[in-house]
Design a protein around this ligand. Structure first.
Ligand SMILES: [Ca+2]
Ligand SMILES: [Ca+2]
Ligand SMILES: [Ca+2]
Ligand SMILES: [Ca+2]
Length: 322
């Protein structure tokens, strides 16, 4: 499976064409629609995902490939195509990505990364500017991926829940050749900023039917054991050391997965834009994931013993005949 920037460009042509379709633009032609459907095929095959090759193997992520400088500054804007770009194993010099990881805030924003919905900044929690964040202490190479919600990125009056949420997702592709029945996920939740409202909760869900990070919440299955709430809540807004103020999410196992070969599993973290107050700065770090086939139950010890005794009796009978 190829992961390359050229396919991302096709994606934008597709969206442009689909918008033309929606608005009934007279420029839409059958040829355009055909190109769009061909592009959709390429899109499903070639967009970036972590290739999961071996049942029971561990995928881990510490986000330390994210940059630590410049802090609290723009990393890019849509017109320049700079900043974060999803699904690209080899981002251009002025772009950032981690293969398989996706970001999405519903309101298109300036410095919004490659598609306008991915504003990413670097910080230690001192800024109040809303963005996805490479969190960490100043100059530290220990980074976490998270966000600081704001009404510039998601609606204060969302007409659907999905217009008020910021999403971070990991897309994995099942290349094991087997249907995987369960996954086990653990990570650390780090709080890097305390806001002015109630302590916020980042939730987690998974999907084997979603096709994008921005798919509706109804496509995702919530795992309450992997939700976490910001631990620091003083009432005064400011920076928090997320390495010291964290919540360890012990590995939790989800069964009944039915993750078919050559399909995707999406893991998604949701941080609502707190309506009104300034948001808490939420991040994730030190993640580990594995998926596996169901374990076939071994015969109970008593059953094994019974078979053993029967076999012994059989051989004794035979030996008496000799
Ligand atoms: Ca880290
Ligand atoms: Ca950390
Ligand atoms: Ca929030
Ligand atoms: Ca807010």
């Amino acid at each position: 499976m190829a992961h390359n920037g050229a396919v991302v460009d096709i994606t934008f042509n597709l969206f442009t064409d689909m918008n033309a379709f929606r608005t009934g633009s007279p420029t839409l032609t059958i040829a355009t629609m055909l190109a769009a459907s061909l592009a959709l095929g390429a899109l499903q095959e070639a967009r970036g995902a972590v290739s999961y090759l071996t049942p029971g193997s561990t995928y881990s992520q510490n986000f330390d490939s994210l940059p630590n400088t410049p802090q609290n500054a723009s990393l890019g804007n849509t017109s320049a195509g700079a900043g974060w770009t999803d699904d690209n194993a080899s981002p251009a010099a002025n772009q950032l990505s981690i293969l398989g990881w996706y970001l999405y805030h519903p309101t298109a924003a300036a410095e919004g990364g490659a598609n306008g919905h991915q504003r990413l900044r670097i910080g230690a929690g001192t800024s109040t500017t809303g963005a996805f964040m490479s969190w960490g202490a100043s100059g530290s190479t220990d980074r976490a991926l998270g966000d600081l919600g704001a009404n510039t990125l998601a609606s204060d009056t969302p007409t659907s829940p999905d217009l008020g949420n910021l999403y971070i997702a990991l897309r994995l592709h099942n290349d094991t050749g087997q249907t995987l029945d369960s996954f086990t996920l653990g990570f650390t939740g780090e709080q890097w900023h305390t806001g002015t409202g109630a302590a916020e909760t980042m939730t987690f869900g998974w999907s084997t039917t979603a096709i994008s990070v921005s798919d509706p919440s109804s496509a995702f299955n919530a795992v309450p054991a992997l939700a976490w709430t910001a631990p620091v809540h003083t009432g005064a807004e400011g920076a928090v050391d997320g390495n010291a103020n964290h919540v360890v999410l012990s590995p939790a196992t989800v069964t009944g997965l039915n993750w078919a070969p050559d399909t995707d599993l999406w893991l998604r973290w949701t941080d609502p834009q707190a309506l009104g107050p300034r948001d808490d700065g939420m991040g994730i770090d030190d993640l580990s994931f594995l998926a596996d086939v169901a374990v076939v139950p071994e015969p109970a010890t008593g059953t094994m013993l019974m078979f053993g005794l029967l076999a012994l009796g059989f051989f004794r009978v035979r030996s008496n005949r000799v």
